[in-house]
Write a protein that binds this ligand. Structure first.
Ligand code: GYE
Length: 326
């Protein structure tokens, strides 16, 4: 088994991945299929909360296609951890060849992942990470959420940090890795600045909740809000409605920084309504599918495979928009 440190950068499909660490091969040396050449994979998706999620689901379905030798059993858990654990148990009972999970939250995984291990079914995590032993899964493929938060926070500090600034935060799903890590990265980056956090509440990564929570912030703090950090584009887009309804101009009266860089997010930046957008690449399907095949073939795979993300000013968003795939 290879050890530690950055092993290389692989360009796989549309995503540039920086890979670190390495895990051992799978015990399923048969190549995974039950003799018919088709690899059956259960995919436990979070739900359908955002534009990012739609793009991720599409990328996964494309990569795990029949044409590529897969039978995909897809489940979306409506962002309920208990639904997702039930879906994984169901995959185990069906005897699938491999299980892919985009974990809604970081906790509660030990028992069901041990059950998968006992059943000799390899588990690959995509998108979100979990707490607990990394022996319970073969690999994780996703984005660096802490770094995304840091990038957003660094922009905020450089743009507004030397004058008294009142910030509100729309958090993602409580207990999810991106909500936890983006907050940590952002808060670290604004340390020593004059940015004060007035309030921080979950908007569950959705437009509807982003709007409702922003309405509450505006009622409570009125015009004293200068900065909004929305942990994803969708909540920021929902907040735009609330800000306009309050008679304020987004991007001017309230500066806005978001994460994801979906087409709609970049469009809001190009319109001058978002001031800065940090990318989180959802096109992980090809890398996940390759990793599943390698694990089932008994090959060593990189344990941690991280997509490389960019960030966009309004001008850069205008340039990027025509080629944006999601
Ligand atoms: O930022 C958000 C989605 O886990 C990185 O989940 C993902 C996040 C993404 O709903 O839009």
């Amino acid at each position: 088994m290879k050890k530690g440190i950055i092993a290389g950068i692989a360009l796989l499909g549309a995503v540039a991945m920086a890979a670190t660490g390495c895990s051992g091969g799978s015990s399923a040396a048969s190549g995974g299929s039950k003799g018919d050449g088709v690899v059956t994979v259960g995919f436990a998706q979070t739900g359908s909360e955002s534009g990012w999620r739609s793009a991720n689901t599409e990328s996964m379905k494309d990569a795990f296609s029949a044409k590529n030798g897969f039978k995909l059993i897809f489940n979306a858990a409506d962002n309920k951890p208990e639904n997702q654990i039930a879906a994984v148990r169901n995959f185990i009972n069906q005897g699938v060849d491999a299980i892919v999970i985009a974990p809604v939250v970081t906790t509660g995984w030990d028992d069901v992942l041990k059950e998968a291990k006992d059943a000799n079914i390899p588990v690959i995590l995509e998108d979100r990470t979990i707490d607990g032993s990394s022996d319970l899964y073969k690999a994780w493929i996703g984005d660096d959420f802490k770094k995304e938060g840091e990038t957003a926070g660094t922009w905020a500090k450089q743009t507004l940090g030397d004058k008294a600034t009142n910030m509100v935060v729309l958090e993602g799903t409580t207990g999810s890795a991106p909500a936890i890590d983006r907050a940590t990265g952002f808060d670290d980056a604004i340390k020593g600045s004059q940015i004060k956090k007035l309030d921080s509440q979950t908007g569950n990564f959705t437009r509807a909740d982003g709007k409702t929570v922003m309405e509450g912030f505006l009622q409570k703090y009125g015009k004293s809000i200068n900065l909004l950090f929305a942990q994803n584009d969708d909540m920021g887009l929902g907040a735009l409605d609330a800000i306009k309804a309050a008679g304020l101009t987004p991007g001017k009266d309230i500066q806005i920084v978001t994460i994801d860089a979906t087409h709609d997010g970049l469009q809001a930046a190009a319109n001058g309504e978002f001031n800065y957008v940090v990318e989180c690449n959802p096109l992980l399907g090809p890398t996940v599918a390759k990793t599943v095949k390698d694990v089932l073939a008994g090959k060593d795979v990189e344990k941690k495979q991280t997509a490389v993300d960019q960030s966009f000013t309004p001008e850069q968003a205008k340039t990027a928009l025509p080629d944006r795939k999601y």
